[in-house]
Design a protein around this ligand. Structure first.
Ligand code: AHG
Ligand code: MN
Ligand code: MN
Length: 333
């Protein structure tokens, strides 16, 4: 098999479609390199003393794991000095992180969830990193949070790395979705899946069922119908999977279809769902749509939402097109 590296893929993509300017290519390569470093830390586990909690809280009031902090620092350090970015933002930092004045600035802005699936870190289950790339607004001087308030349709690239039995990088720059596998011995990312496509139909769903008693009626109706199986209104049996790492659940769905849901519920109406729009829902929505799937908040397309806060949360329904359409239609009924 002829091996195509991430670098070769990016260079050829630029030549053929003119879609990846040099600065964006550098950005993607730097993020990929940081993910390689995170993958290495994850793989060491207890031997690298990276497991367990850091006993600090992030802006969302969640206890941070050591790896949340380590991964955040790896991404910050890798991306500060290259000259390709104006600012960064992260799940683990309350405010945006402008590029320090000692470094040149570029025209892109990077957002990330440095370590997704934190509850799985200490139990050796797949975790990941999610990222989204926006362009800095024209004429921006000193970046502020307001400059990040762009809908997901404005993303120029998005991707995730999944640290599982294999470490993989899934990437879109708006021209389909491709997957690269980390060759651990060579230290290089190798193209292993081109143009990933999510089947439109599925018989598999993913939701945290323990929240069922809090769900709004449309979600309850949809899941009840799936659970009713062959003799219910859907006339067929559905299977369920829930990994509790969005990256790993989305990766399964990209490969064999499925519908992933993290709805808002009745517990706290000031908290619309759990997942964050800017660095979880938007990048995943971009990837899923580029693979022929769909992503809504139950009412509208996720990528059309106008953000108003860096850490805002959003209900998420994404994956196989036909199922996302059904659950979305129940919200509109
Ligand atoms: P994070 O670890 O970045 O905080 O994200 C965890 C998210 C997401 O990855 C996953 O789908 C979901 O939280 C799991 O939620 P439950 O704990 O309700 O299963
Ligand atoms: Mn996350
Ligand atoms: Mn996280």
């Amino acid at each position: 098999m002829k091996r195509i590296s991430l670098t070769q893929y990016l260079v050829e993509e630029q030549r053929q479609h003119n879609s990846i300017p040099a600065e964006l290519r550098l950005l993607i390569e730097v993020v990929a390199r940081a993910c390689k470093t995170i993958s290495h830390a994850v793989g060491k586990g207890a031997l690298g003393e990276v497991l367990g909690t850091a006993e600090t809280e992030n802006i969302q009031g969640e206890v941070q794991k050591k790896l949340d902090i380590i991964s955040n620092e790896i991404l910050l350090e890798a991306n500060e000095w290259g000259g390709h970015l104006a600012a960064m933002a992260s799940e683990e930092m309350e405010s945006i992180h402008p590029i320090p004045n000692r470094y040149p600035k570029g025209e892109y802005m990077l957002l990330f969830d440095p370590l997704d699936g934190s509850s799985n870190i200490d139990v050796n289950v797949s975790i990941g990193t999610i990222f989204s790339v926006l362009k800095a607004p024209e004429g921006m001087a000193q970046p502020t949070e307001a400059d990040f308030m762009q809908p997901g349709t404005q993303q120029v690239a998005a991707g995730y790395a999944v640290y599982g039995p294999q470490t993989m990088l899934v990437l879109t720059t708006g021209n389909g979705v491709n997957c690269f596998t980390l060759d651990r011995e060579m230290g290089s990312w190798v193209l292993t899946q081109r143009n990933m496509q999510i089947p439109a139909k599925t018989k598999e769903f993913a939701i945290n069922m323990s929240n069922a008693r809090h769900w709004h009626p449309p979600v309850k109706r949809y899941i009840d119908e799936l659970l009713a199986g062959e003799t219910g209104p859907r006339g067929t049996n559905f299977n369920m999977r829930w990994i509790a790492s969005m990256v790993a659940d989305v990766h399964r769905i990209l490969n064999r279809g499925g519908v992933f849901m993290y709805p808002a519920d009745l517990r706290d109406t000031s908290m619309p769902g759990k997942l964050r729009l800017m660095y979880e829902a938007n990048p995943m929505a971009f990837i899923v749509e580029q693979a022929g799937g769909a992503a809504t908040d139950g009412k509208q397309r996720i990528m059309d939402i106008q953000p108003h806060k860096l850490h805002q949360r959003v209900p998420v329904f994404l994956g196989s097109r036909d199922e996302v359409a059904v659950v979305t239609s129940y919200h509109q009924a």
